[in-house]
Design a protein around this ligand. Structure first.
Ligand code: FES
Ligand code: MG
Length: 564
């Protein structure tokens, strides 16, 4: 643990204006213009990263949460100072927020380093914000706590409960199938996203919030209180108070918290929740920054013992507010205890084991969390595949896939880019059967920033005939709220010349989830011939997109930039 700071962060950090005394004098002069006197500035300073944006509706209530954190900091005798970073709202950011996750991580990391502060609280919530902030924290030498806005509440339409965004997809499918008319789908639309907060299901945002709490980068009980509740604000205030204690003690710092055991526990929790497939990419990126060797294979091996326990959509039936009312993450950790490593210590300063000891044993009313002896589904809810189509790995959420497709061989139908998908799949004369394997390429990190395009729609003519699922394979990601027999993150991606670039219509592809295999059944000589004709796509001409495409690591290594 670093030494406890003895002088104010204002005086400790340096700018290049003249001598040290002049620098301090100038800082205090400018801060005086904001009403800060020496009594304020000699307190421990807690920097608070704010990701409020009109373009990020999930973070709408962040000003109230910020006020709560600030109050907590003041109550504990610290000085709160908030600062903005970029904000990534899933829905309004083109072409995909994933293209900017590393930019937010860099922004946050550099501001924590550049601005005078003794500790930082990072306010996030929407899908990419929490991973980016975890990555920034892992690269920081100051104590850092994460706090999330919390999930949204559910709405209802004609007596049916709704929540973004698993239900968004379900109702749109019914509208496309002619079951709901324009005015009906409009009234559904007004109920799907009924409050501030992150998506109401176990999508990426909630998955990453639960993982953050498991890793110990958030105070216990912080992952699930809904955005609209007093519990959320009380957790924010407690986070502010705790940040002052960490500012005074100088630690623990994130690298002391982010141990191999902490990551193993996070992988177990991910499996028990059948959480978002995106978490694999994000957790590997965070681990890499923390200097922890976490591989795709680890998810399969560690997750293999962990049954599916949390009954939330898309793999289950409930919503995040149900999980919260069943005790949230602390209650899940209690149930999972036999499988967890108890000695990890997070920002609370207490070991995971002692936190679990303080949590009451599960009772029957906690229905959203199943006990180990009565799981909702078998172990291995997320599977990592390998084979000639994905030599460095691919991922499938088997808990959200169709049992009859888990061992399937079928001819490929190749789609060369996400932009072409709709035109091809809507064609009423498309030569396709339910046995086909839809292959989407040029949607990996280098080609496109890895958009959530992997859950391709079922071809219109098959959808109308009642087909609800097919095997789909891509180098893209999919939304944490999606479901189906969808193989994602094929590595190497097509833009890097991976085998997925060589697939042709009609080639046979075999998926065997039990054997953890994904194979292209084309002989090596033929693939060699095709490889000779492969032309990599052109990189973007300039700016962030060029830097990103030139330096992004493969999905199996977390898709961080290589120099970070
Ligand atoms: Fe923000 Fe789903 S769009 S969490
Ligand atoms: Mg999402």
């Amino acid at each position: 643990m670093p030494d406890r700071p003895t002088e104010s962060a204002i005086d400790r950090s340096r700018t290049s204006y003249g001598d040290d005394g002049f620098s301090t004098y100038l800082r205090r002069a400018f801060l005086a213009s904001s009403g800060y006197d020496d009594e304020a500035l000699d307190r421990p300073i807690v920097g608070i990263a704010v990701t409020k944006s009109d373009y990020n509706t999930c973070h709408r209530d962040m000003p109230a949460l910020l006020e709560a954190v600030r109050r907590g900091v003041l109550e504990a005798g610290g000085l709160p100072m908030d600062f903005p970073t970029i904000s990534l709202g899933e829905i309004l950011t083109s072409p995909t927020t994933m293209l900017f996750r590393n930019l937010l991580a860099m922004d946050t990391e550099e501001m924590i380093r550049a601005l005078p502060m003794d500790a930082a609280v990072l306010l996030g919530g929407c899908d990419k914000t929490v991973p980016a902030q975890l990555m920034a924290a892992a690269s920081s030498d100051k104590p850092v706590l994460l706090e999330v806005v919390g999930p949204m509440m559910t709405g209802s339409w004609q007596g049916e409960r709704l929540g973004a965004c698993t239900d968004c997809r379900r109702f749109w499918g019914r509208h496309r199938g002619g079951e709901l008319d324009k005015s009906e789908i409009t009234s559904v639309r007004n109920e799907l996203v009924s409050t501030a907060g992150t998506c109401a299901v176990m999508g990426t945002a909630s998955t990453m919030a639960c993982i953050t709490e498991t890793l110990g980068m958030m105070l216990p009980g912080g992952a699930t209180p809904p955005a609209a509740t007093g519990a959320r604000l009380r957790h924010g205030a407690a986070t502010g108070r705790r940040a002052v204690e960490l500012a005074r003690s100088g630690g623990p710092v994130p690298r002391e918290i982010l141990t191999p055991a902490a990551f193993r526990n996070a992988v177990r929790v991910l499996s028990a929740m059948s959480g978002s497939t995106n978490a694999l990419v994000h957790l590997i990126a965070v681990a890499r920054r923390a200097g922890v060797d976490l591989t795709l294979k680890d998810f399969d091996v560690i997750g293999a013992d962990v049954p599916f326990l949390v009954d939330c959509k898309p793999a289950g039936s409930g919503y995040l507010e149900d999980f919260h009312r069943s005790g949230g993450l602390p209650a899940l950790l209690k149930v999972l205890e036999p499988l967890l490593e108890r000695e990890t210590v997070g920002v609370s300063g207490k070991s995971l084991g002692s936190l679990i000891d303080d949590t009451p044993a599960r009772e029957d009313w906690q229905t959203t969390i199943h006990p180990l002896e009565d799981p909702l589904g078998a172990a291995g809810s997320l599977a990592v595949l390998q084979g000639t189509l994905a030599p460095r790995g691919a991922v499938i959420k088997s808990a959200a896939a169709s049992p009859h497709l888990m061992n399937h061989t079928g001819p490929a139908l190749v789609i060369d880019s996400a932009q072409d998908a709709q035109r091809i799949l809507d064609d009423p004369d498309l030569d396709v059967t339910p046995d086909h394997v839809l292959v989407l390429r040029n949607a990996g990190p280098i080609a496109a920033g890895m958009p959530e395009a992997g859950a391709l729609p079922i071809p219109a003519k098959l959808a109308q005939a009642g087909i609800r699922d097919m095997v789909r394979v891509s180098d893209a990601r999919m939304s944490g709220t999606s479901y189906g027999t969808v193989v994602l993150h094929c590595d190497p991606e097509s833009a890097a010349g991976g085998p997925i670039a060589l697939v042709r219509d009609g080639d046979l592809i075999r998926l065997d989830v039990a054997a953890r295999r994904l194979d292209l059944l084309v002989d090596e000589e033929e693939l060699e011939r095709r490889r000779a004709d492969f032309v990599p796509p052109e990189l973007p001409a300039r700016g962030w997109r060029r830097l990103y495409a030139q330096t992004v690591l493969p999905a199996s290594e977390g898709a961080d930039l290589s120099f970070l």
